[in-house]
Ligand binder design. Sequence first.
Ligand code: NCD
Length: 322
Amino acid sequence: MSFKGRNIISTKDFSRDELLHILDVTAHFKHSKTGYVGSGVHRSQLLSGKQIAILMFEPSTRTQFSFGSAAISQGASHVYCYEQIGTLDQNIMQFHAMGNDAIVLRHRDNFSAQRAVDTVASLVDLVNAPHIPILNAGDSTNEHPTQSLLDLYTIREEKGTIDGLKIALIGDLKNGRTVHSLAYALAQFNVEVYFVSSQELQMPQDRLTELTAMGLKHHLVPIGELRKIMRRVDVGYVTRIQKERFAEDEYAAVKGSYCIDAKMMRSTKNGFLLLHPGPIVDEISRDVYHDPNDIKVAYWRQIKNGLHVREALFSLVLGALQ
Ligand code: NCD
């Protein structure tokens, strides 16, 4: 299995074995006591001499800085860019011409990461430029594969398995890109997924059709049954309503329509895990996610895992590790 040069655009692009391999490499980064993670080179030198461009054309905190920290921790240099000036294609060509070895892209348009891949492919074809991988850090409402890999990692590390779990994806399943990528990844496992949302925020029909074809066992659950479903599942993955995708009055109509509170958390099974990609707005009450003793709240641990998954991805796609 080789990841060298691979683009990270959608979780649909990866087989179950490939997903598990990424999680294994992530575990090496997280747990290595010696600093060696599967090659004769210390982790701090794995990407020495490489440069990575991190283009964040939509706001980001965790994703942006965990990609940056993952570059630093392996000896790569990196540059950030926040504003698209000119077309996306021009931006990709410019950062390619500056000698970057990979480009991380967050963008307001669906399928922009794929467009960046196509731009690089045309440079390779037309001017014999080197191929460089693109890593999708969120393309509008479409996908956010690296977030889902860290979610999957957290589930596997904390539950010891992914197969056999009952997992509720809760909230804005229509506009939330993290739940799209996570659902595609979960389709590679033997899980039962509950899509819990209001009618307006339900997982789009075309995605449901795809997920069914991929073999994902799933149920649609109205948001009114959130309390009931929280008692039954092993993992609850909550997302905020994606305000930036709504007109103001439309957002006002759905704002605050669900919240995980302490009473709900007390009713969950032993070993239950609450995940959230961040940022939390009002869909988990503050006393729940601020309780340092509540081991069921995995939110803070997800953030740490996000760094390690991005370390693993950089070292794999840049060919430093197999
Ligand atoms: C998510 C995103 O940007 O899609 N956040 C993140 O990357 N950690 C989720 C969100 O913004 O709700």
